[in-house]
Structure formats: C-alpha cells, structure tokens
Design a protein around this ligand. Structure first.
Ligand code: DGY
Length: 330
C-alpha cells in the first residue's frame, strides 16, 4: 500500500518537549527553535510552504497573511483556545480549516481567576513582598494589611462558558453568591447547581457586584464590552478580574477609575496591548491597587501538554480526511 506523505507542519513557538518529540515522529515538523514570536517575514514564508501551521496567540494570522498562503496550506491548528489573533473568516474563505484547543485549560484558568480574586481582595501580592523585600515588619498587628473578606460577596461573571462555569463552581465553594451575564441563559440544572442568578442586563449586574470576573472570548462583539460607561456603573469598592483577553475591557478607562478611587482594584492576567503593559497599571500595582500577571492562566505543565495533544489529534484527524474535533467557525 502506498504510504501517505507526512504533512509538513510548521510550529511557530517551542512547545513542551514531549509534544515536540511526538510531532517530529508523526509529521514532517519544522520548529521555531528561537522560542520568540516569528517575524512577519518568517510567518509569510511558513504559510507559503506548510500544509499545516501551528500558531499561538502571539502570532497575527490576519487576512493579508492568509492571502500569502501557498496552495498546500489547508489547516491552521492553533495551540490555544482563543482565536482572536486569527482571521477565521479569511481562512475559511481560502478553504483553510482552523482548529483550537478548548476544554483542557478550563480548570487551570479558573484556578488563576480565583487566585487573582484572592490576591486583590486579601492583598496577597503586597503581603508576599514584605519579607523577601526586607520591608520592616514589626510583627502581627490588628490593623495592618487588612484586605476584604470574599465570603458572602457577590461575584458577577461576564461569560458563562466553560471557564466562567468552572470559576462559578470554585467561587460557590468559597461562599460567594454567583451572578452571571451571558449571551444565552445556561441550562436550568446548571443555574440550580451553582445557585446562580442570570442578569439579562450587563448594566444592572455590574452596578450590584462586589467582584466582576471577565470570562468571555474576545470577538468583535466583546471588544470593550466593559466600556468606560459600564465601568462607571460599578461600585467604588468593587474589584474586577480578567483572565480572558485585555481587549474586552477599556483598559484606559479602568485605569482612570482605579486612580480616581471609583473602583477598588483589579487582578489582570491579560492586557489590551500585550505584551506591552500600561505604565499607569504598573504604578497602580506598586501602590497595591492591582495585581498583574504575565498571561499565566493556562501555564501548567499538564495543561500545555494537553493543549499539544489536542493539536496533534486535530492534525491527524484532518490529515486522515475527517472533520477535526475542534474546528472553529466564525
Ligand atoms: C488561550 O488558549 O487562548 C489562552 O489565553 C492561553 O493561555
């Protein structure tokens, strides 16, 4: 029987070692050994030659790049769930399938969301600096380093998909009351399990929450979903946490609100112009008002291996002539 040619797969970043090894065994794989985002030139060359491109969120796969795709490119198998860096419509118009890696980073991202809620409410980042930074510590004090209790507070989740639901489950166990805003109301059984309240109106929900967690994908419809007007509706003692995408919040407006004391603080794992971070946010972090993480939501060894395995399954299924399990539609 004739052996089917291995697909030529170009991977734009270093992946966990076990995944790279497996990809080398299964495919004619070209890795970017620099582990830095590929230049536009290198990406253009890659899409011109590859059968399959494996990008990550640090690559911009826009319509202009897709236009340069060679006739062989049939699959963009993204290493990651968010696909806001890929022009999916332009890809589909060229007959290129796009896949992603949903599900396997849900729990890790939800953990990080809870970590940020706790870090901001309980001043964990500030406290963790005291001993290693040799700040003078005179011992326990009844009035020092007081944060806020989260038990009994209201959490408003913007986007009740997989990650929003995983956040809600954790938050319920912490004694928070669960509220959510979503395009569609979730199944009554899930609402009941979470003891959650659905808010059709984002405005009304925001005005009543103590903590707001952003967990929806970034799409043209959710760009600045939390606009300056929305942020002004929030209570001055409220905090906001974002582990989704920076673009969903009007970051400049949020900074102004925190600087003016109209919002108590924020916990951010993602930024509007990543990897650049607004210097005013950095100043607020030094002042203990915000906690900033460098996009670590899915950064676990297990999660990154699971993501790689999903990429491999998507490529193999597609190459075998079947519909890959994680096909993305616009
Ligand atoms: C994703 O997969 O989109 C995540 O943001 C990576 O952490």
């Amino acid at each position: 029987m004739p052996q089917r040619k291995k697909p030529h797969v170009v991977v734009t970043r270093r992946l966990p070692g076990a995944i790279e090894t497996r990809m080398r065994e299964l495919f004619d794989t070209r890795l970017n050994i620099d582990d830095a985002p590929m230049s536009r030139e290198a990406l253009t060359e890659a899409v011109g030659q590859a059968d399959v491109l494996v990008p990550t969120l640090t690559d911009t796969i826009d319509a202009a790049l897709i236009e340069k795709a060679g006739p062989a490119l049939r699959l963009i198998a993204n290493f990651g769930t968010g696909v806001d860096h890929i022009d999916v419509e332009a890809a589909l118009a060229r007959g290129i399938t796009v896949t992603n890696t949903p599900g396997v980073l849900t729990e890790d991202t939800a953990d990080m969301t809870m970590a940020l809620i706790l870090a901001v409410a309980r001043r964990i980042a500030e406290g963790a600096r005291v001993i290693p930074d040799d700040v003078e510590w005179a011992g326990w004090s009844p009035t020092w380093m007081l944060g806020h209790r989260i038990t009994g507070k209201r959490l408003g989740i913007v986007g009740m998909g997989r990650i929003g639901t995983a956040v809600a489950r954790r938050a319920k166990a912490f004694g928070l009351s669960i509220h959510y805003h979503n395009r569609r109301r979730v199944a009554p059984s899930l609402e009941e399990e979470l003891d959650s309240t659905y808010w059709d109106s984002l405005d009304q929900m925001l005005a009543r929450m103590d903590i707001v967690s952003v967990n929806c994908p970034h799409t043209p419809a959710t760009y600045h979903l939390l606009s300056a007007r929305h942020l002004k509706l929030m209570k001055p003692e409220a905090i906001i946490v974002n582990t989704a995408r920076g673009e969903i919040i009007d970051e400049g407006a949020m900074v102004r609100q925190i600087e003016q004391g109209a919002l108590a603080g924020a916990g951010l794992d993602v930024f509007e112009h990543e990897p650049a971070v607004n210097p005013r946010l950095v100043k607020l972090a030094r002042a203990g008002k915000v906690v900033l993480l460098p996009h670590m939501g899915s950064a676990t060894v297990e999660g990154r291996i699971d993501m790689g395995e999903k990429v491999i399954v998507n490529i193999r299924t597609f190459h075998d002539g079947h519909r890959p399990p994680d096909r993305v539609l616009p």
